[in-house]
Design a protein around this ligand. Structure first.
Ligand code: ADP
Ligand code: MG
Ligand code: MG
Length: 892
């Protein structure tokens, strides 16, 4: 017999944290907390296997499930001294979904299940508080009708508002027991009208309705979309948790709240969270009332006039502090806890590893390691390399003028500017059209995920630090300001207004998620500073890392940025980028348009000093670190003018007839330039180009070596080689030039000549090529294009279907296609090393900064990866994790 149901409560449980796959995250942790002896209301978990069964069997349940649930219900009844459905002493429960990874889009929790016209009276009697009983019942009807029966919330809101207006009430707390009782009647009528049948009174029917709704929600569009975005397989399924109710709405000694063991924005070690007195769970997140702070310190910082939990409920607070210590130590990570206080007694309802910003993740990992809770290697493994991107976000220049429109809560750090839009669909459309937007909403819900993804930042006018917008934005690493209550959003008019200023859709604002400020217009931003915990953790990463990390850079600014970010050299300097600058494009065009070698040499001699000066600057910045310079790679026509206006201008500046220019343009035109006259082929046809570049490199090396006192060892890289013969011809040019410069200057420069491996033929002939080449650098952009026969620039129209249909797991231009391109890399590596044992191997395609690809490079045994300067920290961390054999941390 399969066990479909696992109970927990009273200091023990049938499950444990390790059974996450079977019990879901919430269920496994409820079991674990019970095992730890923490105060958890008893309950049981229906396993994810039931969900799988449900979908494999036409949405039906295993035969023995009902009996197991009945038995579990009586177990909970025994522990609570109540009976489910009993008219005098009813057990009430919550029904909560819980997948392996926490997943917005799943069914909302239903509270107070088991209430009906009869049991509500029993609850009124046993609590001695009829108002509480009717309040709970009306919440249940609303929630159940909404979540399980699909009746929209606003119907109930409308009935409630009418009642309040009629009675002259402004707050929900103004309503008496009789008011709620009257409303319950109207709610039931509403349900019957909408549904054509009465609100279910039978607790069993209620329970199975809710269980079915949880399983049903696994396949709703929101959940499917979320799984798509986060690569969660549909086969995982969700669990259902059924748990005895505890009541946070039993008056002034009751409350509900959420807390983190460390600050999820900054990582500071402090109990951080919010709670509401006399409320039930969903009130805190729904942003209906503004919550109170947990600690006095936070209350003072926020300037709130409502007492903190520390002040209002000192004993409960002390208990929460005790439990937080136990949980953090046990899970060895920052916890995100949900709790309820019923008449002065604290109950734990959830714990999980808390979501955090990248900044907080770093601080927490470093501090946990320093506290001895985890090792430095674990700390390194806990940071998702891709998340470091968040830290590289700009912040607002403190000296910039700020036209402050409003101040909300600093919900997710970083600053962003963009055009105001008021719906997620518009945000998505604007993003597609290449515009930057700030999504402005009263509050967000799981339906807004796509808009939040598309926006640069999110602004809400309602909701706290744990509101939907805040939590999701932090997870996405997007700046967010929440609860900016002074702003009025008018969806109909598509405007937002505050303090006499009205902004229409399309006008620009800036939000500062670190201070909560909302600013008019765009504001000057500053680049991030990478010290403190960032530096510490990167230091730990560097200690365990085997592969070196270099940057793809050619401008002085990029080279400096790369060094700031810890690059250990330049893996790819694209000399053509130096050809476009200022005046030199004129000489470049002159060279291309020349009729003969003499003409080309004349033009090249004008380029030589410019190119040499660039290299001197680059070598000086890199002061002795290796620099790989690639000879001219792109097809020549890229440098020529195309429009008639440009042609006229260039022709006159070169003193040449426009017709001749047009003719040369036509000659250089190619049907397929990616496979055309480019790469080493240029140097084969026009050796004088390679000659000039080699001379510039060697002369610069001599000069920079003298100036810095650090010998420069340039690595000269020949692109797009497919045969040893090509390599040798160009290599000869380089070697003669080295000798010439040595003779002229009296300084012998040490150097290496190598090649990019970016053609399948080069892979196959890697052994031969390695007889001459001293290093290989995998040019995986072109290698992917040539191996898959897919042009990157044309892939957009069909690649999406390939990933959607699972033919390719990921975009091969983002993450290396390990099976295909990866195998080519392995072959070239093996054949190259057979001939030249110590051949230096690196990668310089975009993949060099992709964490998954970096891990693959470790398995191939490359010496270094090279990526764009901003990705250097990501690559350093990914390389360290690769060396540790660890996985990218999951913070779910
Ligand atoms: P979510 O996954 O959206 O956080 P939960 O299942 O955790 O949903 O429920 C949300 C909130 O409902 C909880 O934080 C808690 O405040 C409340 N809640 C859930 N179950 C109970 C219960 N048995 N007793 C009291 N409150 C509950
Ligand atoms: Mg929860
Ligand atoms: Mg290439």
């Amino acid at each position: 017999m399969t066990k479909w149901v696992y109970t927990f409560g009273d200091g023990k449980a049938e499950g444990e944290a390790g059974m996450r796959n079977l019990l879901g995250g919430k269920g496994a942790n409820l079991a674990e907390m019970s095992n730890l002896g923490l105060p958890v209301p008893p309950g049981f978990t229906i396993t994810t296997e039931v969900c799988t069964y449900f979908y494999d069997h036409g949405q039906s349940y295993p035969q023995d499930l009902k009996d197991q649930v009945t038995e579990a219900l009586s177990f909970v009844g025994r522990l609570t001294g109540r009976t489910f459905g009993d008219r005098d002493n009813p057990l009430l429960v919550s029904v909560r979904s819980g997948a392996r990874a926490s997943m917005p889009g799943m069914m909302d929790t239903v509270l107070n299940l088991g209430l009906n016209d009869v049991t509500v009276e029993a609850l009124a009697r046993s609590s001695g508080d009829p108002r509480f009983a009717y309040d709970s019942y009306r919440r249940f009807i609303t929630m159940y009708s909404n979540v399980v029966l699909g009746i929209e919330h606003h119907h109930f809101e409308q009935v409630l508002d009418e009642h309040k207006d009629r009675k002259g009430y402004s707050l929900d707390t103004d309503l008496s027991a009789d008011d709620w009782k009257a409303l319950i009647g109207r709610y039931k009528t509403l349900v019957e009208k909408e549904l054509g049948k009465p609100f279910p009174q039978d607790p069993q029917e209620q329970l199975w309705g809710a269980v079915g709704a949880v399983f049903g929600s696994w396949m709703n569009n929101r959940a499917i979309k979320y799984r798509e975005l986060h690569n969660i397989p549909a086969s995982w399924g969700t669990a259902v948790n059924v748990q005895a109710m505890v009541f946070g709405n039993m008056g002034e000694t009751s409350a509900t709240g959420v807390a983190f063991t460390r600050n999820p924005s900054t990582g500071e070690k402090e109990l951080y969270g919010e709670f509401l007195i006399n409320a039930q769970g969903e009130d805190v997140v729904a942003g209906i009332r503004t919550p109170q702070d947990i600690t006095e310190k936070a209350r003072i910082a926020s300037g709130s006039d409502k007492p903190s939990m520390e002040a209002a409920m000192p004993e409960v607070y002390a208990e929460l502090v005790r439990i937080y210590g136990i949980l953090e130590k046990h899970y060895r990570d920052m916890q995100d806890m949900e709790f309820t206080v019923e008449r002065g007694k604290l109950w734990m309802l959830q714990t999980r590893n808390g979501k955090r910003t990248a900044k907080a993740a770093l601080r927490i990992a470093v501090e946990l390691a320093n506290e001895g809770v985890i090792t430095q290697e674990e700390a390194v493994n806990r940071i998702d390399p891709a998340s470091l991107d968040q830290l590289l976000h700009p912040t607002i220049d403190p000296n910039a003028e700020r036209r402050i429109l409003a101040t909300g809560l600093p919900a997710s750090p970083g600053a962003a500017s963009g055009e105001v839009v008021f719906s997620s669909d518009e945000a998505e459309a604007a993003k597609k059209a290449g515009r930057k937007v700030i999504l402005v909403r009263v509050e967000t819900s799981p339906e807004d995920i796509h808009g939040m993804h598309a926006a640069e930042g999110i602004l809400t006018t309602r909701g706290g630090m744990t509101s939907h917008a805040a939590v999701v934005a932090r997870g996405m690493g997007k700046p967010c300001v929440s609860g900016a209550g002074a702003i009025r959003v008018d969806y109909a008019a598509q405007t937002m207004s505050v303090g006499g200023v009205t902004l229409a859709k399309g006008e620009t604002i800036t939000i500062d998620g670190s201070t909560g400020q909302v600013l008019q217009g765009s504001v000057k931003m500053l680049e991030p500073e990478l010290s403190g915990e960032f530096a510490t953790l990167m230091g730990w990463a560097d200690r365990v890392r085997r592969m070196k990390v270099r940057a793809n850079a050619e401008t002085p600014l990029d080279a400096k940025t790369a060094r700031n970010f810890g690059a250990e050299g330049i893996g790819l300097c694209r000399t053509e980028h130096m050809f476009f600058d200022g005046d030199r494009i004129i000489s470049v065009r002159e060279m291309i348009l020349a009729d003969d070698e003499a003409g080309r040499r004349a033009a090249l001699s004008k380029l030589l000093p410019m190119q040499r000066a660039d290299f001197v600057e680059l070598f000086t910045i890199m002061s002795g670190l290796p620099v790989t310079i690639r000879l001219l790679d792109p097809p020549l026509h890229e440098f020529l003018p195309h429009t008639e206006d440009e042609i006229a201008e260039v022709a006159s500046s070169l003193n040449m007839s426009p017709d001749k220019l047009r003719r040369r343009n036509a000659e250089l035109h190619e049907v397929n330039p990616m496979l055309g006259f480019r790469g080493v082929r240029l140097a084969i046809a026009y050796p004088e180009i390679a000659e000039m570049q080699a001379r510039a490199i060697f002369e610069a090396a001599v000069e920079a070596g003298k100036a810095t006192g650090q010998p420069v060892v340039p690595e000269i890289m020949i692109p797009l080689v497919m045969t040893k013969a090509e390599f040798d011809l160009v290599n000869d040019v380089i070697v003669s030039m080295a000798e010439a410069v040595a003779a002229e200057t009296g300084v012998t420069v040490e150097y290496q000549v190598g090649t990019m491996i970016e053609l399948p033929r080069a892979v196959l002939k890697a052994g031969e090529i390695a007889e001459s080449a001293e290093f290989f650098s995998y040019g995986t952009n072109d290698l992917t294009q040539t191996a898959l026969g897919i042009s990157r620039d044309d892939a957009g129209s069909f690649l999406g279907s390939y990933t959607a249909k699972g033919i390719l797991a990921t975009d091969p231009f983002v993450t290396i296609d390990q099976d295909g391109v990866g195998e080519l890399m392995r072959i070239a590596t093996e054949r190259g090393r057979q001939v030249r044992k110590d051949i230096k191997l690196g990668i310089c395609g975009e993949h060099g900064g992709d964490p998954q690809s970096v891990r693959f490079c470790e398995t191939v045994g490359l010496d270094y990866v090279s990526c764009s300067p901003y990705r250097v920290p990501i690559a350093r961390l990914a390389a360290a994790q690769a060396a540790l054999g660890g996985n990218v941390a999951s913070q779910a």
